[in-house]
Design a binder for this molecule. Sequence first.
Ligand SMILES: [Zn+2]
Ligand SMILES: [Zn+2]
Length: 140
Amino acid sequence: MSGDGLLGRCMCGAVTWSYSGSITRSLVCYCADCQRATSSPLTAFLGFRPEQLTWTGEVRHYESSPGAFRGFCPACGTRLYFRSLKWPTEIHVHAATLTDPKSYQPDAQVLVRSRVSWLDMLGSIPSHDGFQLPPASTAP
Ligand SMILES: [Zn+2]
Ligand SMILES: [Zn+2]
């Protein structure tokens, strides 16, 4: 994918981002901190040059380890980026916030030593276009 004219947003739309520049990395991370921070077994990132990334709306961040910051929308909680003082020339934006998430193309997987083993089972677990069961009734 090209890094020209990429757009993204949080779930509620209070935060948007736009980017025109080179994509420094396009990776899926399995590390324990990303799992905890995103409540998800894997996290897809796009590496951007911070000076070529523009945000609108209020973004807050959480310092998840010394010098590492994870940004989020305070209105809806959507995770937006990872940034570390160790890598000052990059910001890693969550690829799932792309306006068109299906356009994402990772080219690396990292911290696979922390990958949860049940991901390997997905290919053999029954899958459904919608939900496999209707919502449970709340009536006694
Ligand atoms: Zn939001
Ligand atoms: Zn990670």
